[in-house]
Design a protein around this ligand. Structure first.
Ligand code: F6P
Length: 542
């Protein structure tokens, strides 16, 4: 089986979509709703505890049909099978992409080069489980015989954002352990965390797939030095564990081989929270909850792999997003969760989506002639209503938005939940219908102000309603976006699983770092030369 390699713009469906776009680009959604009482039902998918209403989009039945044709033309089903069968689809790095295996049942069959990876996955899961139990119950102790109270996750990018987002989102399910995340090489970050720690009762989890990342190693070394100010050298074995593929570098850092949780090169950093990279999640919410998160993701994997494309949630979301991105020219997409718990969700998605699909070279090595990954941003409602919603409602830009809500409040505060939900529903209704001049006038508005109070409407949204925020439903939600990323990568014919775009800045930073202490032979542009000199001056002043 070969991973498909199709220029989407050369497909029949793409050409038909271009023509079709001209006929529908000005159609008003509210007219389509008025003309078809079944529209909402036709464009709704109910699956498990998910309810996806995608009817408030600028699509007709014909649009949907053509988008599904596009999925077939780029051989999406074959691509999905290639991914799940462990094919080397991350060709530029020569790797398979099997984060789905991490959440599969023990008897699943995921092979790399003919070898089933499930036994190694489950060996690591067992290690995570027993380690979690020991730390949470307090049977594992620090160097002075006290139980652990605090866990510090040291990592960046995929080794930070996923675990940090999940721990924050599932804080309702958390145990007594205090969790901290140190990521930025900005020393003020690590120092603020240190202020909260007691070396006798703190466990450090160093997470780095490569174990070469400047930020993570700098923070790990700073924390080790701080720890050794009061603890003896042999206490490191009790207080420091690592998650990595690079066992040699971990040992050089001074971590005992027994304290290493392995991961694999067939798991991309931004898709790795399901592996031992999620150790801090397991510590924070307990292994059973961590496992429920994985089970939820697996349910979404099964849905994605087996469901027909027209009822397949990640596929439908990817197709609609492509419609705006490539035909309407939308530059960005907003993700608005109506849950304060999902405060970090958009930040997490920014790496997952933009590091994956922010590419401009196709799978043949040629520059693409079309748009790829959108800019992703968002904040929870209702806070965001009082911040950037003005621009979504009345600005000049088209910003498709995913509204994500939960039916139940975890603390059972029905009064707040009703108010939250009324906002959740009202915003997508307002974005759909807008407000006409006649309606504004009918409200008795002063004539000179009327134009400013008109809302154009016709702003597209998806509404994803989930019964309740649980580890399992969060697992489904994250996996849903992971698969959306995959589908769009297939459509755009790009490699979604490498990230060479982050390298150049890293290389230049390491050169510039050497120049601070005198080695300033490097040539820079005039702006950078001035800024460097400015910093050197500041560095030497008190
Ligand atoms: O930012 C680039 C990147 O390679 C991410 O893809 C990755 O998640 C992050 O750095 C951290 O890498 P590592 O886990 O190897 O420290």
């Amino acid at each position: 089986m070969a991973f498909p390699n199709t220029d989407p713009t050369q497909t029949n469906s793409w050409k038909k979509l271009q023509e079709h776009f001209n006929t529908v680009k000005n159609v008003q959604m509210k007219t389509m709703f008025a003309e078809d009482p079944e529209r909402a039902n036709k464009f709704t998918i109910k699956w498990d505890d998910f309810y996806l209403d995608f009817s408030k989009n600028r699509i007709t039945e014909e649009t949907f049909k053509l988008l599904l044709e596009l999925a077939n033309d780029v051989k999406l089903k074959e691509a999905i099978n290639s991914q799940f069968s462990g094919e080397i689809i991350n060709k530029t790095e020569g790797r398979a992409v099997l984060h789905t295996a991490l959440r599969a049942p023990k008897d699943a069959d995921f092979k790399i080069n003919g070898v089933n990876v499930m036994p190694e996955i489950y060996a690591v899961k067992e290690k995570i489980e027993s380690f979690t139990t020991e730390v949470v119950t307090g049977s594992k102790k620090g160097y002075t015989g006290k139980a652990f109270t605090d866990v510090v996750n040291i990592g960046i990018g995929g080794s930070d954002l996923g675990p940090a987002m999940v721990v924050d989102t599932l804080q309702y399910y958390k145990n007594h352990l205090n969790t901290h995340f140190v990521s930025n090489v900005d020393g003020d970050h690590v120092n603020e965390v240190i202020k909260k720690l007691n070396p006798e009762t703190t466990l450090f989890v160093i997470v780095s797939k490569t174990f070469t990342t400047q930020e993570t190693l700098s923070n790990a070394n700073t924390l080790k030095t701080w720890f050794l100010n009061s603890a003896p050298e042999n206490a490191i074995a009790k207080h420091f564990v690592a998650v990595s593929t690079n066992i040699e570098n971990v040992k050089t850092f001074g971590i005992d081989a027994n304290n290493v949780f392995p991961m694999w090169d067939w798991v991309g950093g931004r898709f790795s929270l399901w592996s031992a990279v999620g150790l801090t999640i397991s510590l924070a919410i307990g292994y059973d909850n961590f496992n429920s998160l994985l089970k939820g993701a697996n349910k979404m994997d099964v849905h994605f792999k087996n469901e027909d494309l027209n009822r397949n949630i990640p596929v439908v979301l990817a197709l609609i997003s492509t419609w705006y991105n490539n035909f309407f020219g939308a530059e960005s997409e907003a993700v608005i969760p109506y849950s304060q718990y999902l405060n970090q969700f958009a930040t997490y998605l920014q790496q997952a989506i933009m590091e994956s699909n922010g590419k401009s070279v196709d799978r043949n090595g040629n520059p693409v002639s079309y748009q790829t990954g959108a800019v992703i941003w968002g904040e929870p409602g209702t806070n965001s209503q009082h911040a950037f919603f003005q621009l979504i409602h009345q600005g000049t830009k088209l910003i498709p938005a995913d509204f994500i809500g939960f039916g139940k409040s975890l603390h059972g505060n029905q009064d707040h939940q009703d108010k939250l939900t009324s906002n959740f529903l009202a915003q997508t209704e307002a974005l759909l219908n807008g407000k006409t001049k006649a309606e504004v006038v009918a409200e008795g508005t002063k004539e000179s102000v009327v134009p400013f109070k008109v809302f154009p409407g016709n702003k597209p949204t998806n509404t994803l309603y989930i019964n309740k925020l649980t580890p399992e439903s969060l697992g489904k939600l994250i996996a849903m976006y992971e698969h959306k990323i995959f589908v769009q990568g297939v459509i755009w014919n790009i490699f979604s699983y490498d990230q060479f775009g982050v390298e150049l800045g890293k290389q230049l930073a390491s050169k510039i770092l050497q120049e601070f202490d005198g080695n300033d032979n490097a040539k820079h542009d005039a702006s950078t030369t001035n800024l460097l000199q400015h910093y050197k001056n500041l560095r030497t002043t008190k």
